[in-house]
Design a protein around this ligand. Structure first.
Ligand SMILES: Cc1cc2nc3c(=O)[nH]c(=O)nc-3n(C[C@H](O)[C@H](O)[C@H](O)COP(=O)(O)OP(=O)(O)OC[C@H]3O[C@@H](n4cnc5c(N)ncnc54)[C@H](O)[C@@H]3O)c2cc1C
Length: 384
């Protein structure tokens, strides 16, 4: 397709991953008529496809902060999010609420897990202490040398590929214009306001633009864009096939995780590599993930590997998401940098960005995630 000279939208969203799709849906549900989402390839075929779908803010965290609260709030939106997507589209996103285990193997792992258990129970969060034997009674596949575990009953998982599928269908039903195989090459900016996007198929005028292009968010050309790089962090994954199933919980070790899917697949991840946009699965990556998976469960040794892949987590320099209006350019918003938690953070991102656009409201408690924290002073970044 190519755009005519009068092509316009009320809001253009750049990028059709879980973040762009969730924002488009939320805006349309809030009554914005002409929402256009522009995706370079197929929607949901990058990080949102590669992910493990774990929705687990509690597993790895050692203190409460704004990020932890945001992540828990988003996780707790999931039951309603999944249910409404099913009603709208018929797609079951396989939200699995069995919970997550985190295993300890060494005395120092045990010490760490005890600390986590203590602060989380002290903070009124749900978490259970298990001995190694308790863990094996719950999940017989757990390694014989696991000495203890934490169980997080509220840390859950979703089938992220089904989620993307449901979001695409929901957007179609709502009348969002999904433009595929079209890359946004630049923003057009006049008098410090955004007025549209240049694409591989022509210009689209729009008074509001949301950059939700994941690991590619810093590659869109424009003066006065965010003065930081969102960089790709490669994650490799292996997929085993288990018949019968080997586990029901998501199971973490200090080195990685296993995610049992409803259809018998068991995902194992992952790596975190700064190798640019190189999407190869490497021998070293496969070997590291396989060893990590074997540490969690010897049962992995007999399972065939049926697939492997890699994807790019979008990472901002301080590891935090970048959400909301960019003060330097009117009408320009960011929703990127979701790094290791974009599936988890999708529902809350949709709400926050839709509120910012529809009501002009960006909550003060989300300031830590505002792009304005990166305003430049003499080449240094400082919190806004
Ligand atoms: C191996 C791995 C495991 C992970 N596991 C989890 C997990 O268990 N739980 C969790 O919460 N998160 C997980 N993540 C992180 C999560 O996948 C990401 O944070 C999330 O998918 C980011 O979503 P996104 O929409 O921003 O990016 P993406 O899904 O990458 O989407 C960005 C889209 O923008 C498009 N695009 C880019 N540039 C342009 C342009 N110029 N014009 C038009 N379109 C453009 C791309 O084609 C792409 O479709 C994992 C990631 C990886 C790689």
């Amino acid at each position: 397709m190519s755009f005519g000279p009068n092509e316009r939208a009320d809001v253009v969203i750049i990028g059709g991953g879980v973040i762009g799709l969730t924002i488009a849906r939320a805006l349309s549900q809030r009554g914005i008529r002409q929402v256009m989402l522009i995706e370079r390839g197929r929607p949901g075929s990058e990080a949102s496809w590669a992910a493990g779908g774990i929705l687990a803010p509690q597993v790895e965290v050692d203190h409460q902060d704004e990020f932890f609260r945001l992540a828990c709030a988003s996780r707790d939106l999931y039951p309603e999010f999944a249910e409404s997507l099913k009603e709208e589209t018929g797609v079951d996103v396989e939200l699995d609420t069995t919970g997550t285990l985190c295993l300890g193997f060494t005395p120092s792992d045990e010490e760490e897990l005890r600390r986590r258990h203590q602060w989380q129970t002290g903070a009124g969060l749900q978490v259970e202490w298990l001995t190694g034997d308790d863990a094996r009674r719950l999940e017989p596949c757990v390694a014989a040398n696991a000495r203890c575990a934490l169980r997080f009953p509220r840390d859950i998982q979703v089938e992220n590929r089904r989620l993307v599928d449901a979001l695409v269908r929901s957007n179609e039903e709502l009348g969002v214009q999904l433009v595929i195989n079209t890359a946004v090459t630049a923003l057009r900016i006049k008098d410090r306001r955004v007025c549209g996007v240049e694409t591989s198929n022509g210009f689209v005028a729009a008074p509001i633009v949301v950059v939700a292009a994941g690991a590619w968010s810093s590659l869109i050309d424009s003066p006065s864009l965010l003065p930081i790089q969102v960089e790709p962090v490669r994650g490799q994954m292996l997929c085993f096939s288990a018949d019968p199933h080997i586990a029901r919980h998501v199971i973490y070790s200090p080195r990685g995780y296993l995610v049992p899917r409803r259809d018998g697949r068991v995902l194992a991840g992952s790596t975190a590599e700064r190798v640019g946009f190189d999407k190869r699965v490497t021998d070293d990556g496969v070997s590291a993930i396989r060893s990590m998976a074997l540490e969690i469960s010897a049962a992995i040794a007999s399972l065939p590997i049926i697939d492997s892949w890699a994807g790019f987590r979008p990472r901002a320099p301080d590891d935090l998401p970048v959400l909301g209006p960019w003060a330097e350019i009117g009408g320009l918003l960011y929703a990127t940098g979701h790094y290791r938690n974009g599936i988890l953070l999708a529902p809350i991102t949709g709400l926050v960005i839709a509120d910012a656009i529809v009501d002009g409201d960006f909550p003060a408690n989300l300031k830590a995630f505002s792009p304005n924290r990166f305003r430049q002073i003499q080449g240094q970044y400082h919190p806004a």
